[in-house]
Design a protein around this ligand. Structure first.
Ligand code: AMP
Length: 593
């Protein structure tokens, strides 16, 4: 296909917005293509050179393209710049100046494949002198284009093609062109293949070469992400059983970043996000830990990457990990500041075998058999439950352990991995909670845990308690290891060593055993996400529910030592109960209009 035909299609498509009309224009464009033309056309329609997850970028900014346009037209950069400023679109300007220079473009037209190859070449040119050679490459193309070609080529180069052609509309068009007598059924099959291989160039080539049947060749491949399976939601635990039957699996629903990890036989690793972006460079710590985390390679596994407090082993809120997203610099410092752990919950490829068609219980078994659990890589906690009370208990445990809820997974034989699909084979059940407790809490240190890694010379985490005037003692609310700088840790370590006692003080009520017991004296100001019922912490035990105390979720030290407060001036368990109830009322009260 000539690039002119492609550019003219772009011109028509950019003038309309209705999906149906776009689809029919796309079908007309795709129908006459030979297989070699298919990938260039399908990628370039989306303003891409390769599937998005490969991250191929042209590296051609405004100045560079302007320079190339000046070279190709013989016009001055300044005058071109003025025209771009007035017009607001360099594509339009390119088209105009070429119309004015009518004699120039008599040469034989460019082929789509020729333009595509030249663009790929430009994208891959790097290092010294690369700017000049990019300008040269672009100028050579522009000097052979007609006005309409120049317009769309320039827009493409600047990443401003913006035709509004969605992947799903391209799939519609492919079904129309290659779907034979039943395009609707074909559309489903094409999307299924695309979910496993979200590379339109590959899917389109297969269709052009061998029709629908050729799609059976689509399989998992290292470095090419699968579109992730998604979950429906339920508002009650009983609802989970109505949907999934007598028994079901519950997994912790971790609140972090979904990661699809590809590890090949030589230990090369690629990490992809839920939106299929390549995350590998942002998480060098996870990349480094993965080759050793499996008994057999290659694998493709999925999990949730969650920030952890290495001192307490507890999970941290999602906001922490967002500090590591999209970063190019300071990676090493961030790896230390925001350590993460990957909780794996699915296995898609093991050796040469795709597990996508296997029911969930078998995939989970395979995952458990292949994962070597460690500091950085863990299995998602899960249980099989058959009653609502058991489900409730597991859900409470999940909240207590810092998760946002649970993910129910069907155990049925048809519970295969449905790439790219949202369905009731996975159902999420979360509790909504306020993200920040309005008030701070003053809690007393009753014990301390030795630091790890860089904090090994100090205590790194502390067992915190509230005062209970009725019992005349202290009951624990949380462990905290976040929010401390080195100076505070050094200061606390010195003071705690002085107030150390050989065994648990009789005034302290707790089921925990810290490395060091101390006389309750030091009061710290804490913040947290919310107060939640806890079967393990003893603060306010039995005051709200039999067998439960209160815990502070995601606690962190505000930096404030409450020197002004003695241990008996700390927040009392009664006050905590009031805070808890206020919070529950807030969650339950209907939203104001
Ligand atoms: P949501 O983002 O609220 O639609 O919930 C779905 C997301 O939960 C998934 O995309 C994962 O990132 C995350 N998730 C956390 N834990 C699990 C788990 N055990 N199984 C599946 N997804 C999980």
């Amino acid at each position: 296909m000539k690039y002119l035909e492609f550019a003219e299609s772009c011109e028509r498509i950019s003038a309309i917005s209705k999906r149906l009309e776009i689809r029919s224009l796309l079908s007309d464009l795709i129908r006459p293509l030979v297989p070699e033309d298919v990938p260039p056309v399908l990628y370039m329609l989306q303003g891409l050179l390769r599937p998005e997850y490969e991250g191929v970028e042209l590296g051609a900014g405004d100045a560079l393209v302007l320079k190339a346009l000046a070279v190709a037209t013989g016009l001055g950069e300044d005058s071109l710049k003025d025209r771009v400023r007035a017009r607001g679109d360099m594509g339009e300007v390119a088209s105009e100046v070429l119309s004015e220079q009518r004699v120039r473009y008599q040469s034989e037209g460019l082929a789509v494949t020729e333009v595509y190859a030249a663009l790929l070449d430009i994208a891959r040119t790097g290092g010294e002198g690369s700017q000049e050679s990019k300008v040269g490459g672009i100028a050579r193309m522009l000097s052979r284009t007609s006005p309409v070609e120049a317009k769309h080529l320039v827009r493409f180069l600047l990443g401003k093609l913006r035709l509004g052609v969605k992947e799903m509309t391209i799939l519609d068009a492919l079904a129309e062109v290659y779907g034979g007598s039943d395009p609707k059924k074909a559309r489903v099959e094409i999307e299924e293949a695309f979910n496993v291989s979200p590379d339109l160039g590959e899917i389109g080539t297969l269709l052009a070469q061998g029709g629908l049947n050729a799609l059976s060749a689509v399989s998992l491949r290292w470095g090419r992400p699968v579109r992730p399976m998604l979950a429906e939601r339920e508002r009650s635990l009983a609802g989970l059983f109505e949907r999934m039957g007598k028994s079901l699996a519950l997994e912790y629903k971790y609140d972090g970043l979904r990661v699809q990890a590809h590890v090949d036989a030589s230990g090369n690793v690629r990490l992809f996000s839920r939106r299929l972006e390549d995350l590998s460079a942002q998480f060098p710590d996870v990349v480094a830990s993965l080759p050793g985390a499996f008994e057999n390679l290659p694998v493709i596994a999925e999990g949730e990457c969650v920030p952890v407090d290495v001192e307490t082993g507890e999970l941290r809120p999602f906001q922490d990990i967002s500090r590591r997203r999209g970063r190019k610099y300071d990676l090493e410092r961030m790896t230390e500041e925001v350590p993460v752990r990957l909780f794996l919950f699915d296995l898609l490829l093991r050796g040469k075998d795709s597990l996508l068609g296997m029911p969930y219980p078998d995939r989970r078994k395979a995952l458990e058999a292949v994962v070597r659990r460690g500091d950085r890589v863990e299995l998602a906690t899960r249980a099989i439950v058959s009653t609502v009370p058991d489900a409730e208990a597991f859900f409470q445990r999940a909240l207590l352990d810092g998760c946002e809820g649970v993910m129910a997974k069907s155990l049925a034989p048809e519970s295969r991995y449905k790439a790219g699909a949202r369905g009731f084979l996975w159902i999420k059940y979360k509790r909504e909670y306020t993200t920040e407790l309005g008030d701070t809490i003053d809690a007393v240190i009753v014990g301390a845990y030795r630091g790890r890694g860089k904090r090994a010379q100090w205590y790194g985490a502390f067992l915190m308690a509230l005062f209970d005037p009725d019992r005349g003692g202290f009951a624990t609310l949380c462990k905290v290891g976040t929010g401390f700088d080195e100076a505070s840790l050094a200061r606390l370590t010195e003071r705690l060593d002085r107030s150390a006692v050989p065994a648990k003080p009789s005034t302290v009520d707790t089921g925990f055993t810290p490395d060091l017991w101390v006389d309750p004296q030091i009061v710290l100001e804490l913040r947290g996400a919310e107060l939640s019922l806890s079967p393990v912490h003893s603060a306010a035990s039995g005051l709200i529910r039999e067998g439960y105390g209160l815990a502070l979720r995601f606690p962190r030290f505000t930096g404030k030592f409450r020197e002004d407060k003695g241990p008996e001036d700390a927040t009392t368990v009664r006050e905590a109960v009031e805070m808890y109830q206020g919070q529950v009322r807030k969650v339950e009260s209907p939203a104001k209009p």
